[in-house]
Design a protein around this ligand. Structure first.
Ligand SMILES: Cc1cc2nc3c(=O)[nH]c(=O)nc-3n(C[C@H](O)[C@H](O)[C@H](O)COP(=O)(O)OP(=O)(O)OC[C@H]3O[C@@H](n4cnc5c(N)ncnc54)[C@H](O)[C@@H]3O)c2cc1C
Length: 372
């Protein structure tokens, strides 16, 4: 056997797995259909700025072991995600906190904010929310909902909040302190030099074939009767695609990224992430990448994110874990369990939205299983 593992997908999951198995002396081969490594955490240098090519990626975790693990591969800066929100001509801090409330109602104390929110919730008198609008109103009151939740959510899902199920929003965290740190996790930052460098280090000397889908690769290798060259396969692509969609297609949400280099603009919006919460503006946010690394370059690169209805063949960014899709996934998962010597991992292989820390955790669990 030439390779112990064929790893399909050079994203974070595949890279962690390759790194650990190679450490054990196993031979791995990685393939990816894209023309670059790192999957969705890919960062590309443009005008000396690390551009998060598939959307803003902020590493955050509450798990010290995972923080220590990722710190083997990069030095992290002390970036704290503190997004802003624009609604019409008003500017608010996120997450919803005392800075937001103070701006919204010209108040100062947590008690004043609580009284306003509780008063609005009481007036609405929603006992059993029938849709997302009622759910959000009953959690945060009318002002926060109308200015900061409604339009943004409708753009994201391409539908009116009254047509969306209430379970999409389980909680709307309201913070009654003047704290703009979006995440509650103890560890947070951006890798100095970008994420691609991390994946490059993880992969090390493991051979990588880019621009090749699993099906293309197998067709070529089966023709040469080479299938036996691989002990096991780790598949981090879409699980339904692996099975040729034989039970039907799982659904996703997708995003279109519009990247723009602005020459001789050293600071376009003064913050890494600015959300646009009114429905009339077609994008949900603008990212200004240099601010992730406190950049002082003379130019800037910004990316607009447009949510787009997913159709077959589009880039699958977010799984839609509703009842129909979860049930379908369970059936594919059963089929996967019957596939000899094939492992399914990562956000597409396991049809679950994972942040980066969870992906590392899951990949290390798989490694532990392989080690036995
Ligand atoms: C817009 C957006 C923003 C995010 N922001 C954050 C954040 O701020 N913080 C955070 O922690 N996480 C964030 N995430 C999550 C993060 O991107 C994921 O946790 C991580 O990228 C998942 O790694 P993965 O290896 O499972 O999947 P991927 O990165 O998708 O890697 C899978 C790889 O497999 C390849 N592939 C798929 N099918 C095939 C095939 N048939 N043949 C060959 N190759 C194939 C793909 O090209 C891809 O390179 C965000 C995700 C998105 C979409």
């Amino acid at each position: 056997m030439k390779y112990d593992y064929l790893i399909v997908g050079a994203g974070l999951f595949g890279a962690v797995f390759a790194h650990e198995m190679t450490k054990d002396g196993k031979n791995c081969l990685i393939i990816d259909k894209r023309d670059h490594i790192a999957g969705n955490i890919y960062t590309k240098k443009w005008a000396d700025i690390n551009v998060h090519w598939y959307g803003a990626h902020i590493f955050h975790t509450g798990n010290k072991a995972i923080w220590d693990y990722i710190n083997q591969f990069a030095e992290f800066n002390n970036f704290i995600n503190s997004p802003m929100a624009v609604y019409k001509d008003e500017l608010y801090n996120l997450p919803f906190n005392m800075n937001t409330f103070s701006k919204m109602w010209n108040i100062r104390t947590p008690k004043e904010a609580k009284d306003i929110i509780e008063g609005q919730i009481k007036d609405l008198n929603i006992t059993e929310p029938k849709n997302l609008e009622e759910q959000a109103l009953s959690l945060a009151g009318r002002d926060v909902y109308e200015k900061l939740v409604k339009g943004y959510t409708e753009k994201q899902w391409g539908r009116d909040c009254r047509e969306l199920p209430s379970f999409i929003i389980k909680r709307l965290p309201l913070r009654f302190t003047y704290d703009n740190n979006y995440f509650n996790d103890r560890f947070q930052g951006i890798p100095i030099g970008g994420y691609t460098e991390i994946v490059k280090k993880m992969i090390g000397d493991t051979p990588v074939i880019l621009g090749k889908t699993y099906k293309e690769f197998m067709a070529e290798n089966e023709a040469k009767s080479d299938r036996d060259e691989f002990g096991k396969i780790l598949y981090t692509g879409m699980i339904d695609e692996y099975f040729d969609f034989c039970l039907g297609e799982l659904e996703y949400r997708t995003v279109k990224f519009e990247h723009e280099l602005m020459e001789e603009v050293d600071n376009y919006q003064g913050n890494a992430v600015v959300n646009y919460t009114e429905r009339e503006i077609p994008y949900t946010r603008i990212i200004e990448h240099k601010h992730f690394e406190f950049g002082t370059q003379p130019d800037t690169v910004v990316s607009k994110e447009y949510p787009v209805e997913w159709k077959s063949g589009d880039e699958p960014y977010y799984p839609v874990n509703n009842e129909r899709n979860n049930e379908l996934y369970r059936k594919y998962e059963e089929m996967a369990a019957g596939e000899e010597n094939v492992l399914f991992g990562g956000r597409l292989g396991q049809y679950k939205y994972y942040d980066m820390d969870k992906v590392i955790e899951k990949a290390l669990e798989m490694v532990a299983d392989e080690r036995g």
